[in-house]
Design a binder for this molecule. Structure first.
Ligand SMILES: *Cc1c(COP(=O)(O)O)cnc(C)c1O
Length: 404
């Protein structure tokens, strides 16, 4: 994979076209908000799957752990290995299902902690571990209480727990479940799942099994109801400063971690009647100054937003016009003086008084903020606040700097 940090030839051109800025101070602020909210008896698992929702898993994991998170959650074995290879020693739980002995070997080798969803899967683990060292692997049993995704049926949780208990190489570290509707203002389904999870815990307790951890809550549940916190909460979206639903905005003061920026690459004047971009879905009605911006749908700006969004330029809003293309899009800057090639455009984030959030794009494209964040491709370098950005060389900087 392209590594902007490790390739010297690329390191100096990270911010010449388009990039993602990651504010680790905002991340740490959000972690602190969350740890204060859950209190000292509940652990915060920072969910950093999918490259930390597109933010860059290693930098986010390091910063979240430093700010008070205790565990990390990932979806796949390679995601866990990436964190271990970066030197991270905190407990890492894998939330996806694992069915191959090769994955089990990697889990043992890298001290990752898997989710088990069935007795059959537990047997795969048991068999694969039998040939290795005699170490015991901590495992997390997932129970389906109503999500109908991963997990053993809640009615049979007791049998599942008993079965895994008898396998010598596996040690049950948690029994957990996942909520399907925690972001819905109507709590009916969530309450039913909560009751089922309580019934599961009662069955487990009746067998004299003590669990180091019980956990049920995602971001929305963490913000909604303290009785859902148990010993640990698995928080993704809120870490990154977005709210799972509008009605949860009042709960915590979160700050967005990601900003998406690009530079103006070309400026031009067009006359009335001139069409812009593929299909001429925009036609100028008056003389206009337009700017080409070096970012497109191959970077993660959904093409469905064509003609529907605004961007921020020098603290002002400018509307996007014409179809968004693979690598470029156009904006109307008729009202903004003194722009030049190299001026910075904020697609998501803050510029002066103005702010545009991923949730806005999500609403416009009938999707969720999670998908918008995960959509930004690795073509965009991730610039974290912890990194010092090498300045552009003097000849470049005079051309590329914004005018004051
Ligand atoms: C992704 C995921 C989470 C985090 O969800 P958010 O809504 O982003 O907080 C928690 N638990 C499981 C099982 C997940 O897959």
């Amino acid at each position: 994979m392209l590594s902007w940090d490790k390739t010297p030839a690329l390191a100096t051109i990270r911010q010449c076209r388009a990039w993602v800025e990651i504010d680790l101070q905002a991340l740490q602020h959000n972690v602190q908000q969350l740890t204060q909210h859950i209190g000292p008896s509940t652990t915060l698992m920072a969910v950093v799957k999918a490259d930390a929702y597109g933010h860059g898993a290693i930098a986010i994991a390091d910063a979240a752990l430093a700010a008070g998170a205790g565990w990390l959650g990932v979806a796949t074995v390679p995601e866990g290995v990436e964190l271990r290879e970066a030197g991270i020693t905190a407990p890492i739980m894998i939330m996806g299902a694992i069915n191959s002995p090769e994955e089990v070997a990697a889990i043992a080798r890298w001290r990752l902690q898997p989710t088990l969803v069935s007795p059959k899967q537990a047997l795969v683990f048991s068999a694969a571990l039998a040939t290795g060292s005699s170490e015991v692997l901590p495992v997390h049993l997932k129970i389906d209480t109503g999500m109908s995704r991963l997990g053993f049926p809640w009615q049979q949780a007791a049998e599942f727990v008993q079965f895994v208990q008898r396998l010598p190489r596996l040690q049950i570290h948690s029994v957990y479940s996942h909520l399907a509707t925690a972001d819905d203002p109507n709590p009916t389904v969530m309450r039913q799942q909560h009751q089922r999870y309580e019934a599961v815990l009662a069955q487990v307790a009746a067998q004299n099994v003590t669990l180091p951890k019980r956990h049920l809550a995602n971001s929305a549940a963490t913000m909604t109801d303290p009785t859902l916190h148990y010993d640990m909460v698995r928080v993704g979206l809120a870490l990154y400063g977005l709210y799972p639903a509008e009605h949860l905005r009042s709960q915590l003061a979160l700050r967005p971690v990601m900003q998406v920026k690009a530079r103006i690459t070309h400026l031009k004047e067009i006359q009335p009647g001139t069409g812009v971009s593929y299909g001429h879905t925009f036609v100028a009605e008056r003389p206009m100054q337009i700017a080409v911006v070096g970012i497109g749908y191959a970077d993660g700006v959904p093409r469905a937003l064509s003609n529907r969004i605004e961007v921020l330029v020098q603290g002002q809003r400018a509307r996007q016009i014409g179809s968004i293309t693979m690598d470029q899009l156009m904006i109307d800057v008729t009202h903004i003086p003194h722009l030049q090639e190299g001026s910075v455009v904020t697609l998501l984030g803050q510029d002066g008084e103005q702010e545009i959030g991923a949730d806005h794009w999500a609403t416009l494209t009938h999707t969720i903020s999670w998908e918008i964040l995960c959509g930004f491709k690795h073509r965009l370098p991730r610039i974290t606040t912890a990194l010092s950005i090498p300045p552009l060389s003097p000849s470049e900087s005079s051309e590329w700097r914004d005018r004051p």
